[in-house]
Write a protein that binds this ligand. Structure first.
Ligand SMILES: NC(=O)c1ccc[n+]([C@@H]2O[C@H](COP(=O)([O-])OP(=O)(O)OC[C@H]3O[C@@H](n4cnc5c(N)ncnc54)[C@H](O)[C@@H]3O)[C@@H](O)[C@H]2O)c1
Length: 277
């Protein structure tokens, strides 16, 4: 019997927590820039009864995304997408962050939207960072939402003179993810499919540990100490939200973003995390 296929980009901790919740009985194709990451997560999951095939894929490259989708289609219809691939402000230069987190995510949502089966569902991992920045104008938000994917990186607001540092690049990328999900939800909806994003706060994973040890380490440690939850989160707590969004219980939810940040964003605007003027 042919199984439904889950395409899963980014073989990290958040992706794995989600895949474990929704992957039973499905064929899972996991793609990562580092094949060894995909292979080791696939081994862990296969040893726990899942059916996972690892492949090399680069989210910043359309051709690589198309190959990834084609690999999935060899096994059956694409029923689900998990996008948990990405780089953080301490892991990569501005150009890479924009190419992977902003452009790559937009291309993946676009291309999977073309092949997703009727009733399919996807989730992409954005970040609280997209919420912790000054508002963009409605015109700028619309450009991030609707610009043709191949023209996105040529937008004036994304040019080097307008991007302060890697954190700013990451914030713009994550804001774009949220807007792109709204734009794509309309297209996915034409197939009866749904797409949403989750914006996690600080979730302990290798990516977050790189941030703790990077130039903004103290900032991040204060952030979770002073947020209402008073602690960092776990990948499983992000998976709780994903499970809702990707199940029948989420059937009326599409084109939206869910903050899952222990209240850090609330505290940033109206509490002890508010930056001093
Ligand atoms: N951990 C957090 O605190 C946190 C908070 C907010 C958002 N996020 C977002 O969650 C997503 C997943 O991160 P995580 O915390 O699970 O990290 P992780 O380090 O566990 O996993 C990220 C994975 O993405 C892969 N990757 C990096 N560049 C890639 C590329 N070009 N193509 C394909 N794969 C690539 C990495 O090799 C790695 O396996 C990222 O988009 C990140 O921005 C994480």
């Amino acid at each position: 019997m042919k199984k439904e296929v889950i395409l899963w980009a980014g073989a990290g901790q958040i992706g794995m927590a989600i895949a474990r919740r929704i992957g039973t009985g499905k064929k899972i194709v996991v793609g990562d820039k580092k094949l060894e990451n995909a292979a080791s997560t696939a081994e862990t999951m296969n040893n726990a009864g899942f059916d996972v095939v690892p492949v090399q894929m680069d989210l910043s490259d359309r051709l690589s995304i198309l190959n990834f989708i084609e690999t999935g289609q060899k096994y059956g219809e694409i029923a689900m997408l998990i996008n948990a691939a990405g780089v953080s402000p301490s892991q990569a230069p501005i150009e890479t962050i924009l190419k992977v987190d902003l452009y790559g995510t937009a291309v993946l949502l676009e291309e999977v939207g073309k092949v997703i089966k009727e009733g399919g569902v996807g989730v992409t991992i954005s970040s609280q960072s997209g919420h912790r920045m000054p508002q963009l104008s409605s015109e700028e938000d619309e450009l991030l939402a609707c610009t043709e994917t191949e023209d996105l990186l040529s937008l004036e607001i994304l040019q080097p003179k307008n991007i302060k540092d890697t954190l700013h690049a990451y914030q713009m990328a994550k804001r774009c993810n949220e807007k792109r999900v709204m734009y794509e939800a309309v297209r996915w909806g034409e197939k009866g499919a749904r797409i949403n994003s989750i914006s996690p706060g600080i979730i302990v994973t290798p990516l977050a540990i790189d941030e703790f040890n990077g130039p903004r380490g103290d900032f991040y440690k204060t952030m979770f100490a002073k947020c209402p939850a008073g602690r960092s989160g776990t990948a499983d707590e992000v998976a709780n939200v994903a499970e809702l969004l990707m199940s029948e219980k989420g059937s009326f939810i599409t084109g939206t973003d869910f903050l899952c940040d222990g209240g850090a964003t609330a505290s940033y605007f109206y509490g002890p995390l508010k930056p001093e003027k």
